[in-house]
Design a protein around this ligand. Structure first.
Ligand code: SF4
Length: 484
């Protein structure tokens, strides 16, 4: 019997991209392909790209240079380019890189098997057309090997696209306009995941808490499938077997009272919100077209904490946005202190194609932007460490993910606050990945907590392996997803 063609997917960028990779891997699996252990093993390579920053885009071009030799090494190999750079650059990629066989955009994941077949027949294809149909959410049932990067955890797409058009952001151009998936389809997918041992779901969308807003506006009362985000959370919290719900990334202006209240009322909703703010200066926020000011953000953080006092808030920040003065940057530092971010991702501004900010003339000199980035990150490191130290001596619950990066036989997982917790215990008592375990926090480091397993408080069910061999699936998907 002929062995199946093997694929390998190299993924850059956000969780949405990681999840798109899972969908493509699953589709290829359903079309008779097998996952390759590594690049050398593969017949088909897909590079799933990110264009949120210039640096990420340049990585694709340097990758493709090297991959010319990879393709030439064995006849029949093919290369596909996916994701936001594919959507943005389209046929330029095919023209510039003869080694690329097909390019597909963010709305066309479902076409991958047919494009890969065309490549095997020697044809080069491009599909970056926009697709406003709900069909783009329809994928075959997830094979356990491609359901999630971690046993017991899964991403679930609830909406795609963005209508906000922040002045620095390329996403509305690469991901298209907002489209929300019917609630019934989301609930059905989550129920199916729960029956296969998934305990924690992360709901994904570019502006995830804007879920359903257009449907609600256009078709008020139009049936069971048009609900607001908070109502969706309540439905998913009721799914048997789902113990943790997270969502990313929300926009500050879409927190209505119902959503704030949900944080106090739903035990399944994790006490962590990743809430991008980008800047603490009203003037910069205005030029970024974020549609809120710094005080409105502070007030939202307070409302959320009134609903859930132990809430951990993390954020995204940009420094060196055109026109950012020393005073503007100081306002950002002040907001980081005032809100007490537990962690944040911070970047130097880089101009992106098709965005208004790329035309702004008052660029911040690179050394100044670098200095600000370092100052911001130093402040954040101190805050993160202080938060970690405040957790020492407390008990937490960790969803085990697998071997820790720290090595030495340690296991790692995340607690409800999305903190990484490393713990060690004898192999015979350590529950398998996917188990929820009770942990005493004994030490704090800048990047993680260190804990000891509290076996007496760890439920018996947590020590059982997951259904359907999902534990071994972790290794499979790790071999498929690279980069980040
Ligand atoms: S809300 Fe703004 S930053 Fe976020 S994806 Fe949309 S345009 Fe980009």
């Amino acid at each position: 019997m002929q062995s199946p063609r093997r694929f390998f997917i190299r993924t850059y960028g956000c969780q949405m991209n990681v999840h798109d990779t899972q969908k493509v891997a699953n589709l290829l699996h359903h079309h008779g392909y097998a996952a390759a252990a590594g690049l050398e093993d593969a017949d088909l390579l897909i590079v799933n790209t990110c264009s949120i920053r210039e640096k990420a885009e340049h990585r694709l071009y340097s990758d493709l240079g090297v991959l010319r030799d990879w393709k030439a090494d064995r006849p029949g190999r093919a290369i596909g380019v996916a994701g936001c750079v594919a959507q943005q650059e389209g046929d330029q990629i095919l023209r510039r890189f003869q080694q690329v066989d097909f390019v597909f955009g963010t709305h066309n994941l479902r076409l991958v098997p047919s494009m890969a077949e065309a490549a095997a027949a020697g044809q080069r294809t491009l599909r970056i057309d926009a697709n406003a149909s709900l069909e783009r959410f329809d994928f075959p049932d997830r094979h356990p090997a491609f359901a999630a990067g971690t046993p017991a955890r899964a991403f679930v797409t609830i909406m795609e696209g963005c209508d906000m058009f922040c002045s620095f952001c390329v996403v509305p151009h690469t991901r298209g306009r907002e489209i929300s998936r019917p609630a019934a389809a989301i609930v059905a997918e989550v129920e199916s995941l729960a029956t296969r041992g998934v305990r924690e779901i992360t709901l994904l969308g570019q502006t995830v808490n804007a879920y359903g807003r257009h449907d609600l506006r256009r078709r008020p009362g139009a049936g069971a499938d048009t609900v607001g985000f908070a109502a969706l959370l309540r439905r998913l919290a009721a799914v048997s077997g789902i113990e943790r719900i997270r969502y990313t990334s929300p926009h500050p202006i879409f927190f209505d009272e119902d959503l704030v209240r949900a944080h106090g009322e739903l035990a399944e909703l994790c006490p962590h919100v990743h809430l991008p703010v980008q800047s603490g200066s009203d003037a910069v926020l205005m030029r970024m077209r974020r549609r809120h000011g710094a005080d409105a953000y502070r007030a939202l953080a307070e409302r959320l904490r009134r609903a859930r006092p132990d809430l951990a808030i993390t954020s995204d920040l940009i420094v060196g946005f055109p026109g950012e003065s020393d005073a503007d940057f100081e306002a950002t530092l002040q907001l980081v202190r005032d809100v007490g971010f537990v962690d944040s991702f911070s970047f130097k501004y880089s101009p992106r194609p098709h965005t208004p900010a790329a035309q702004f003339e008052d660029a911040v000199p690179a050394p100044v932007a670098q200095e600000r980035l370092e100052a911001l990150q130093a402040l954040q490191r101190a805050q993160t460490l202080a938060y970690h130290r405040s957790r020492v001596g407390t008990r937490t619950e960790v969803l085990l993910e697998g071997a820790s990066r720290q090595g030495a036989g340690q296991q790692a997982g995340r607690d409800p606050y999305h903190r990484v917790v490393n713990l060690s215990a004898a192999a015979e008592v350590m529950p398998p990945p996917g188990a929820l375990v009770s942990v005493c926090v004994v030490e704090a480091t800048p990047h993680s907590l260190i804990g000891t397993l509290d076996l007496a408080k760890t439920a018996d069910s947590a020590r059982q392996p997951l259904k359907n061999g999902a534990g071994s699936a972790d290794e499979r998907i790790r071999s498929v997803v690279a980069g980040g």
